[in-house]
Design a protein around this ligand. Structure first.
Ligand code: S3P
Length: 189
């Protein structure tokens, strides 16, 4: 059976449609998203992967078209993912929340921010080829983007996870527990 044929449980009445992971570069949105999707038997989609599948490497796109064109296309692709009726786990690129339209589109979903410190993030950023916003001074640029975006992440998030707390599976447990709490609260209404 291919992934697309695996039956996906429908969200219950009033339940958030998808679970969306947001947060800074290096926070583990893709890894936690994949593990959470396995646990919930839902599809996992990653906006960066979706972008690359349509347009090729993000670094090349930035070089050829500039950041503004990237943001415009990112907003369009993220809208496709967030508006899809199928309940999924969705990992968003770290800059997605810069878009007002995207922040609005997050409302029907359970939004989880993966927070972390610069010390935790920097060793995880790799060679930076898929993160052109980091330029040639990743430490300074990461800190600047974090400072600018942190209020947006917190404004959108229903749950904030500190990646210092626990393993990937423990973070998945926390998110699943949050979903269950929401279910119980709704059934008590
Ligand atoms: C970006 C983060 C990247 C990717 C792109 C821009 C950003 O995704 O979308 O390089 O502006 O923070 P990750 O958050 O998955 O690294």
């Amino acid at each position: 059976m291919s992934t697309s044929e695996v039956p996906v449980p429908e969200p219950q009445e009033g339940e958030p449609r998808s679970i969306v992971l947001i947060g800074p570069m290096g926070s583990g949105k893709s890894t936690v998203g994949a593990a959470l999707a396995r646990r919930l038997a839902r599809p996992h989609v990653d906006s960066d992967h979706f972008f690359v599948a349509r347009h090729g490497p993000i670094g090349d796109f930035f070089r050829d078209h500039g950041e503004q064109a990237f943001r415009t296309e990112e907003e369009r692709l993220v809208a496709e993912l967030l508006d899809a009726p199928r309940p999924s786990v969705i990992s968003l690129g770290g800059g997605s929340v810069l878009s007002t339209a995207t922040r609005e589109r997050l409302r029907p979903h359970l939004v989880v921010m993966l927070d972390l410190t610069a010390e935790q993030a920097l060793p995880r950023l790799g060679d930076g080829s898929s993160r052109p916003v980091l330029g040639d001074d990743p430490a300074a640029r990461w800190a600047e983007t974090y400072a600018a975006r942190e209020p947006l992440y917190r404004q959108c998030a229903d749950v904030v996870l500190d990646p210092a707390d626990g393993t990937i599976e423990q973070r998945v447990d926390t998110i699943v527990a949050q979903l269950d709490r929401g279910r119980r609260a709704r059934s008590d209404d």
